[in-house]
Design a protein around this ligand. Structure first.
Ligand code: CA
Length: 510
């Protein structure tokens, strides 16, 4: 017996270095579940200060993992933000990446390295469930035949998607290359000359952007969108539990139209907008429970964030639910103390909740590291031991140490460029500084300030910027209330030159 015991001990000792090595983040390939919420602001979760809506499951994820206070989307609206995530390229470099319609062609070159193609190369099975909004096929998209190129041509093995948004036609699910439940005898026709609110734009009593005729049997049920996304996500995890997988769970919540399932109505203290946050929290719980059930949680890197900042009711459909006012959200500040909203160049447009969890690998706590979603591609390359070609992911920094909560001598990312809805306004971040070159009205993001939509916009009547632009010290003025550009011409000059360099060089990563 002693000999056998000794032998077992010897084997265990020999195996120990290998076990320690396997614990090294650079040598294991965890599953990756990337939960991308829609239009969730910096103040929308309990763990970020919300008090009038409860998010216990997201709060628990934050308690088990790392909660970021200076995490950003690259852009303050969906399409450019999501373009940057998948390509690792600042969206302002690519024309046509403004908010896409439902008949826009695929906006990403299928030959370039993207998050799914990179992970597929690394041996992952890749899937996306939920909102896409990056164009499909060739413009105008034909939904009655093979719909491609799309997610599959970019490297996803499986896709179950909302083509554009919940408030844009077509209001149908697309699975891989086909509309789900499409009757060939009732083909889909789309007319984007029809404006939201015109009688022909209504589907299920909700005004949409554009008109859909045909495809009647394929039209989704708005009240069950989150249920479907949760079920499809869990099914993907179940199916691929024995292989490394990457799953993007791109929720419809909490974009408009906000139509919670009846079981979530009245579940928050800040109106329908809060109820769909509760519904989002439930969706997250379903996915996390599936990981637990399959004993995958310890081997899965979960990243939860939002594609852009919060807004009460920017474009219509919510008014049918009567929540287009501050009173209806009971004073809930969706972007916390931040200035601005979705689509603006201010922090409220791009500074977002972000949580990472990977038990034993992510150091739990709170991180103030400056990070951006455009960095995920290079970070996933580092995580899985993949090399990027010089032309790949031109603006994606490897922030893996920051995602894991590791201390580094220098910040993972030194500079960060952000943009408003259409790229007409850019901002440059560096340490505590935020520089915004002079920009005019129109679509610059400033238009949102003309009509204050939430209490955090206390500076709505802010003076117009001087020609030199604006400079804020976010360490002392997180709400961007004091433009100190005039007092720091040296910093303005330096950051202006750096921004020009980043634009000219077409690449910014080290
Ligand atoms: Ca969005």
């Amino acid at each position: 017996m002693n000999k056998i015991t000794n032998l077992v001990f010897t084997i265990l000792l020999l195996a120990l270095p290998a076990a320690l090595l396997a614990a090294d983040a650079t040598l294991v390939k965890p599953n990756i579940v990337f939960i991308l919420a829609d239009d969730i602001g910096y103040g929308d979760f309990g763990c970020y200060g919300a008090t009038k809506v409860q998010t216990p499951n997201i709060d628990r994820l934050a308690a088990q993992g790392l909660r970021f206070t200076d995490a950003h989307s690259m852009a303050s609206v969906c399409t450019p933000s999501r373009y940057s995530i998948l390509t690792g390229e600042y969206a302002f470099r690519k024309k046509g990446t403004g908010i896409a319609s439902g008949i826009e062609g695929l906006l990403i070159d299928t030959h370039r390295t993207s998050v799914p193609s990179l992970l597929k190369r690394a041996g992952y099975t890749t899937g996306i469930v939920g909102k896409w909004h990056l164009g499909l096929g060739s413009k105008p998209t034909d939904y009655n035949h093979d719909i491609k190129p799309g997610p599959l041509e970019l490297g996803f093995d499986y896709a179950w998607i909302i083509p554009a948004t919940g408030d844009r036609v077509p209001c149908v699910w697309v699975e891989n290359h086909h509309v789900v439940n499409l009757d060939p005898a009732d083909p889909i026709a789309l007319d984007y000359s029809v404006k939201r609110g015109e009688p022909e734009s209504f589907i299920h009593g909700i005004p949409r952007i554009g008109r859909q005729t045909g495809g009647k049997a394929a039209i989704w049920d708005d009240e069950n969108i989150s249920t479907v996304i949760a079920a499809k996500s869990c099914a993907f995890i179940e199916l691929h539990k024995n292989e490394p997988f990457f799953l993007e769970v791109a929720t419809h919540n909490i974009h408009v139209p906000r139509v919670p399932n009846p079981k979530f109505r009245g579940q928050s203290q800040c109106g329908v907008r809060g109820d769909v946050i509760v519904e989002l929290d439930w969706t997250v719980a379903q996915v996390l429970a599936k990981l637990d059930e399959l004993k995958l949680a310890d081997n899965t890197l979960v990243i939860l964030t939002s594609d852009n900042g919060g807004i009460l009711d920017n474009n219509g459909p919510d008014t049918v639910h009567g929540i287009g006012s501050l009173a209806a959200v009971n004073g809930h500040q969706c972007n916390g103390v931040l200035r601005g909203t979705k689509s603006t160049i201010w922090e409220g447009g791009t500074r977002l909740p972000m949580i990472t969890r990977w038990p034993g690998h992510v150091q739990p706590g709170v991180s103030d590291a400056l990070v951006c979603q455009v960095d995920l591609l290079a970070s996933f390359a580092a995580l899985t031991g993949q090399k990027l070609a010089p032309t790949d992911a031109p603006d994606s920094y490897n922030i893996l140490p920051a995602l894991l909560g590791q201390k580094t001598d220098t910040p993972c990312r030194d500079y960060l460029v952000e943009q408003n809805n259409d790229g007409s306004a850019l901002a440059l971040r560096h340490n505590q500084w935020k520089y915004i070159p002079g920009h005019n009205g129109g679509k610059s993001g400033r238009r949102k300030l003309a009509k204050p939509e939430q209490p955090s916009e206390v500076v709505a009547d802010h003076d117009l910027p001087p020609p030199a632009g604006e400079l804020y010290n976010l360490a002392t003025d997180l709400s961007e209330t004091k433009n100190i550009a005039a007092a720091h011409p040296d910093i303005v000059a330096e950051m202006s030159a750096k921004l020009a360099e980043i634009r000219t060089n077409k690449k910014s990563r080290p």
